[in-house]
Design a protein around this ligand. Structure first.
Ligand SMILES: [Zn+2]
Length: 241
């Protein structure tokens, strides 16, 4: 915990946070960890952003009060996510560890992280509506597997399963499809193959993705808005591993 700046407005137990951190074995770096009602757009449950990329996330304001402090990446969970602590504790741990999965890749392999960001923002259009759900994306699947692994290390397999099952049975549940997929995901096997998986997932849409990225880059160059695409010198290189 000594490498973490903790903003804990919902008084999540430190012991639980410690346990999740121990099991998650995050790479070196100082984390800003926020459990707060600062807004996360679109009802997001959580986010993870490396410090070098925060300027490309102007719509996520949750880290803004802490920009004067020294940290390498921010992980935040919203009120909706933190409220699960009381009712679905294993699911809460899964949500936190899912974001820690993003942190692993964001800290250890920023190029793969950037690839996942620029791919997810255009894949729907590039695939002509074949890919519409976040949980279809290789990185999201991988971090779901990681989140489940951590939750199962703290709670029993049965508890994790029955909490997710009970969430799918709530009629107004927005994540039903994702949760159902989670119930049958294969076990987590490490982060190393992610780049390869992203490349083979995006390959059928490569030409269209590159066209959209280039278009976004030229549209943005005419405005003052900055985009994560500034960091990619050669979009073709994203597909070379
Ligand atoms: Zn995610």
């Amino acid at each position: 915990m000594n490498k973490t700046i903790l903003i804990n407005h919902y008084k999540i137990e430190q012991n639980l946070i410690k346990k999740v951190l121990e099991i998650s074995k995050l790479p070196d770096g100082r984390m800003l960890l926020i459990f707060s009602d600062g807004y996360l757009f679109n009802g997001l449950l959580g986010c993870c952003i490396p410090r070098s990329l925060v300027k490309y996330e102007p719509s996520i304001g949750i880290f803004k009060p802490y920009l004067n402090e020294k940290w390498d990446y921010v992980v935040a969970l919203s009120k909706i996510a933190c409220d699960y602590r009381a009712t679905h504790e294993a699911y809460f741990v899964y949500l936190l560890a899912h974001e820690f999965g993003h942190a692993h890749v964001g800290i250890n392999d920023i190029t793969t992280h950037i690839f996942s960001c620029i791919m997810q923002s255009h894949i729907r259009e590039a695939s002509k509506d074949k890919i519409t759900q976040w949980h279809e994306l290789p990185h999201e699947k991988l971090f779901d597997q990681f989140g489940l692994l951590v939750a199962r290390s703290i709670f029993s397999n049965d508890q994790v399963y029955s909490e997710i099952k009970s969430l799918t049975e709530i009629p107004e549940c927005k994540d039903k499809e994702r949760l159902e997929v989670m119930l049958s995901l294969p076990p987590f096997k490490g982060f190393d193959s992610l780049r390869k998986e992203l490349i083979s997932f995006a390959l059928p849409y490569k030409d269209e993705l590159i066209r959209l990225w280039k278009k976004e880059r030229s549209d943005l160059s005419k405005s003052n808005i900055s985009s994560i695409l500034e960091l990619v010198n050669d979009v073709d290189e994203m597909f070379i591993h």
